[in-house]
Design a protein around this ligand. Structure first.
Ligand code: NAP
Length: 429
């Protein structure tokens, strides 16, 4: 019998609890896959006495998770979470002790991924993170190992189940954002503090990981445009339907020559195209590969079972001897992102604003658009229920981000416009 593969696990919450459960209850089956028994030899949690679904009584517990790195474990699995703090301390200690690491921690990888990958590669050990982007969908392995022959042109995805659930429910129920968010929190689909999800930050962390794998750039969010779904109103969802679109929070990374356009935000996605039909807490990623693609991945992006499935797959890979650079290329070859300028980022746009119902008001808006070089493809005008204003919705012809932003700035400054205009790009592929 081969020597057991000894595993130390930090964090036994939603994901870590699932991993511990699988290791302790399905050992024989996993041993067949790994080619050797998988043995949980130590755990660390915040509270030792907290009731757990899986009985961990026989597993040695470490009060300080960093001490896991000095056990005789073959591998450290970090499932605590958080960009810094104990999770980072543990991973650094593990790599220093030349122990392979598996993590699901996208926030930490987006902030420190390059440095940690460099350390792991210098030590000749693997750092794996399949669960960190799109949960159970095996997109990390696909980008790292499979879609490597032809250049990738674009990666687009619905990467946050909370936002997708909220947008799907807003459409299905006609309820406003705040009400649907409260309902999502009550059902456990949204955190008590939802800012990272609904503000787009969580999607940005995951996009940073996918961009690094797909385009060979250093992971990071600094060069991204990031916005969330908090400003989406019920009328945007119904106008989108009228134009044949649905609103989704997308993470998009698109190659533009030597530059990269990376953005996170609400986008209009044409009905009956792959991302438009992804509902509820599901995630999906479309990878456009020159000559060979598109490839579409869809599945559960969060929750105990899908995420556990991805973590166990990484553990089994490493138990079998898998190694190689964390982001598919040597870390020293990962380039800094050269952002595509706003002039190079082009699409049609959806624009909604409330306009005073006064002579010359619409002509003034048309003037601002024309001055910025933006032309209108179609327009709808509706009375607004309050005040003496009308709601104007325009779909522009394709134009640059810079041009539409200049037009929106001028429109927002007009004394004939009430409130803040809403601007959403329309996905064209
Ligand atoms: N939940 C998901 O669906 C999902 C999906 C993809 C990726 N992820 C990522 O997976 C990671 C874990 O998420 P989760 O949802 O499982 O979190 P969670 O349910 O909050 O569990 C966190 C665990 O970490 C433990 N912990 C906290 N501080 C600790 C410390 N200083 N030392 C040792 N253990 C400590 C907690 O201990 P106690 O149990 O004693 O409190 C708990 O067991 C995060 O990086 C997250 O982003 C989660």
């Amino acid at each position: 019998m081969a020597e057991p593969f000894r595993i130390a696990l930090a964090g036994v919450g939603t994901v870590g609890g699932g991993v511990a459960h699988q290791l302790l209850t399905r050992g024989d089956e996993l041993a067949h896959r790994a080619g050797r028994p998988l043995k949980l030899i130590a755990v660390s949690t915040r509270e030792v006495d907290k009731p757990r679904r899986t009985d961990l009584a026989g597993i040695p517990w470490q009060a300080n998770c960093v001490d896991l790195a000095s056990t005789d474990a073959h591998i450290i699995v970090e499932l605590i979470g958080g960009e810094d703090g104990p999770a980072l301390d543990l991973i650094e200690a593990a790599l220093e002790a030349r122990k392979p690491v598996v993590t699901a921690n996208k926030a930490l990888l987006a902030a420190h991924g390059l440095r940690l990958a460099t350390t792991a590669e210098s030590a000749g050990i693997p750092l794996r993170f399949e669960a960190a982007a799109a949960g159970g969908i095996p997109i990390v392995k696909a980008l790292r190992e499979s879609l490597i022959t032809y250049p990738i042109e674009c990666v687009r995805g619905i990467l946050n189940g909370t936002c997708n659930y909220i947008l799907t429910e807003m459409e299905a129920t006609g309820s406003p954002f705040a009400e649907v968010l409260r309902d999502a929190q009550a059902h456990g689909y949204a955190e008590a503090d939802p800012a990272l999800d609904v503000g787009g930050g969580d999607t940005a962390h995951k996009l940073a990981i996918l961009s690094a794998l797909a385009f060979g750039v250093a992971p990071g969010t600094r060069s991204m445009r990031v916005s969330g779904i908090t400003a989406i109103e019920q009328e945007d969802i119904s106008f989108a339907r009228e134009f044949g679109y649905r609103i989704k929070l997308l993470g998009v990374a698109r190659r533009n020559g030597q530059q990269l356009d990376q953005r996170v935000g609400p986008a209009m996605v044409k009905i009956a195209t792959p991302l438009a039909d992804v509902d509820g807490v599901f995630n999906a990623v479309v990878v456009h590969v020159a000559s060979a693609g598109p490839f579409i991945f869809e599945g559960r992006g969060a929750g105990e079972e899908p995420t556990t499935s991805a973590v166990i797959a990484d553990i089994v890979d490493i138990a079998r001897g898998a190694n190689g650079p964390a982001f598919g290329r040597p870390a020293r070859d990962l380039e800094p992102v050269v952002s595509a300028p706003g002039d190079a980022c082009r699409s049609p746009f959806y624009v909604r604003f409330a306009l005073l119902d006064a002579p010359g008001a619409l002509a003034e808006i048309a003037g601002h658009l024309a001055h910025a070089g933006v032309s209108i493809d179609s327009m709808i005008q509706r009375p607004q229920s309050t005040a003496d204003a009308v709601v104007i919705v325009m779909i522009t012809h394709e134009c640059s981000q810079t041009a539409i932003e200049a037009a929106i700035k001028a429109i927002s400054a007009s004394d004939k416009v009430v409130g803040i205009p809403c601007l959403i790009p329309m996905e064209t592929i």
